[in-house]
Design a protein around this ligand. Structure first.
Ligand SMILES: [Zn+2]
Ligand SMILES: [Zn+2]
Length: 160
């Protein structure tokens, strides 16, 4: 793969970006919203991210270049991506974070109130257990969010 193609893949989010945009375009069309260039740029940008980012992080990255996207558009588009089921919202103590759902194994987030760290953790078949719990009630879950806040290992060690 040449350097030019690599750079192009970064800008379009690669295969993940293509899939994400197809899904988001369908979601926008369903809500009679326009699939604008700015929305496409935000969608491709987040599809390529692998971190727990703040809306401000995405806004800062998208404020550069000739196709810059305004902060307001970034914030509104992130909210729509969450509604579309493409982006996960993590209510961290300091500031809400986001992460791309596609291609990630199921995991939870342990949120440190001391340093703002977001620790990823998985434990057995927790999503499966939640699914079975809902099914037993005949309940069809749409949003699944487990909020665990406290003190991370590093902060706990500092305090001792
Ligand atoms: Zn901490
Ligand atoms: Zn995560």
């Amino acid at each position: 793969m040449g350097r030019k193609r690599e750079r192009a893949a970064g800008e379009t989010g690669g295969a993940a970006g293509k899939t994400a945009w197809a899904a988001f375009e369908a979601f926008l069309a369903g809500g009679r919203a326009r699939a604008t260039r700015a929305r496409r740029r935000v969608c491709l940008h987040v599809a390529g991210r692998r971190d727990h980012f703040r809306a401000d992080d995405a806004a800062a990255d998208l404020a550069r270049g000739p196709e810059r996207v305004s902060r307001g558009t970034v914030y509104r588009t992130l909210a729509r991506l969450v509604e579309a089921g493409l982006l996960r919202e993590i209510p961290a103590p300091d500031c809400t974070r986001y992460e791309t759902i596609a291609g990630r194994p199921p995991h939870e987030h342990l949120l440190c109130e001391g340093c703002g760290r977001v620790v990823e953790a998985a434990c057995g078949d927790l999503p499966g257990a939640v699914e079975r719990m809902c099914a037993a009630q005949g309940f069809r879950a749409r949003v699944y969010a487990l909020r665990i806040t406290g003190t991370c290992r590093q902060c706990a060690e500092k305090r001792r």
